[in-house]
Design a protein around this ligand. Structure first.
Ligand SMILES: [Cu+2]
Length: 214
């Protein structure tokens, strides 16, 4: 009897949600989730540079509030130097270490101020704020303040038209004056979008987000 009761309750909840319309459906507790990879390198002008940067990232967005949670974990390693101080690729993997980065904030459904690509990308959104975590080998990074004060802009954008993907690229750019620039450089760090969940369609259906062309 108890199982039947649960099934009946689930059926009722289902119908109630449908009857309540878009607002209730958009308040689902399942976030929109994006994930992907980071692959880039720093300039040679930062201490120990150039550094290779490879990592992965996730971005969760609460559909109702627009609150977003960005996390990236990254490996970095450098090159030895020749006798003249030039990067020596035969000495790869020097001073290998890791970084963990965390940023929460409210998503802006535009890419105003995001660094342009060539060929250009379309649609997308961004997240800006002061990072809550910036580690080096697990501990608060020595180049960072404690607590962290570096600001980060995270931009996601993609393609449009036939045979395209609406989310393809991610850009990480440290804000002017951020301590993190002394290590990563002030240039944008680039990566790729690998996946997003079906919750994105909920946002699109109820006009809570821009409508990138499929
Ligand atoms: Cu590093």
């Amino acid at each position: 009897m108890r199982a039947i009761g649960l099934i009946a309750a689930a059926a009722l909840l289902c119908c109630f949600t449908l009857a309540a319309g878009p607002s209730a459906a958009a308040q689902t507790s399942i976030p929109v989730q994006f994930s992907g990879l980071i692959n880039d390198y720093s300039p040679s002008t930062v201490s120990g540079g150039p550094w290779e940067m490879h990592g992965q990232w996730t971005l969760s967005i609460d559909a109702w509030s627009g609150m977003a949670d960005f996390s990236a974990d990254m490996t970095m390693s450098g090159y030895g130097k020749t006798s003249t101080g030039a990067p020596d690729a035969t000495q790869g993997g020097q001073s290998a270490h890791t970084h963990h980065i965390h940023l929460t904030g409210t998503v802006s459904w535009n890419t105003t101020g995001c660094p342009p690509y060539s060929p250009g990308t379309f649609g997308g959104f961004q997240l800006n704020g002061t990072v809550s975590l910036l580690t080096a080998n697990g501990s608060n990074a020595k180049f960072e303040t404690s607590p962290p004060s570096s600001t980060l802009q995270v931009c996601v954008s993609g393609g449009q038209g036939g045979n395209s993907v609406p989310f393809s690229n991610i850009e990480l750019t440290w804000g002017s004056g951020s301590p993190a620039i002394s290590h990563f450089g002030g240039q944008t760090i680039h990566g790729v979008v690998r996946d997003w969940n079906s919750q994105w369609d909920t946002l699109r259906r109820f006009d809570l987000a821009p409508q990138p062309s499929r």
